[in-house]
Design a protein around this ligand. Sequence first.
Ligand code: HEC
Length: 184
Amino acid sequence: MDSFELNKIFGAVLGTLLLVMGLNIVSEIVFSPAKPAIPGYDLPGAPEASAAGAGAAAPAAEPIAARLAKADVARGDKAAAKCRACHDFTQGGPNKVGPNLYETVNRPLASHPGFNYSAALKAKGGNWDYQHLDEFLENPRKSIPGTIMAFAGIAKPEERADIILYMRSLAGSPAPLPAPEAAK
Ligand code: HEC
């Protein structure tokens, strides 16, 4: 067998392989099997909620007043690290990407001097009471559509309470805590 013949044999083998691969690709295009996102079987009667988007299945949070009673200032101080990229929390501190947040609890929305608030926040009105803060921090853009606070929010209800209790402590005379029975 000379090398020319060997080449022909290799060529034939290679050609067959290419043909098989090609057929495979073509058949996949033609028949495009629908692959499930998660391998497995659909069980009949699976609960609807599991198919719903994240958040929909989240357990209902306790009211903020009840969570504040169990919250911890030191934990909140630590958790607020993610706010400090944009906010200064110290008395007389500067506005950064977001406004200074000293003495925020119960102050009117969009009222810190020298900060250029969004029209949405300015239009909202009211004070930053515990309830408002809790809602805003859970999902800023859902709570105040059009806010320029580019922050996804804090999903954990306990973590929000820790941060809010920490914010409450940053004041000459901290706002009174709500009575837990007012939480209903
Ligand atoms: C990516 C930057 C960014 C991060 C991170 C961020 N904020 Fe903000 N925040 C802003 C901006 C910008 C505004 C002004 C929003 C507007 O005008 O719509 C704002 C506004 C606020 C306000 C309203 C203040 C006022 O005077 O009315 C509060 C309260 C607040 N942020 C709390 C927080 C807390 C607490 C965190 C951390 C859990 C946080 N923010 C994280 C940028 C940020």
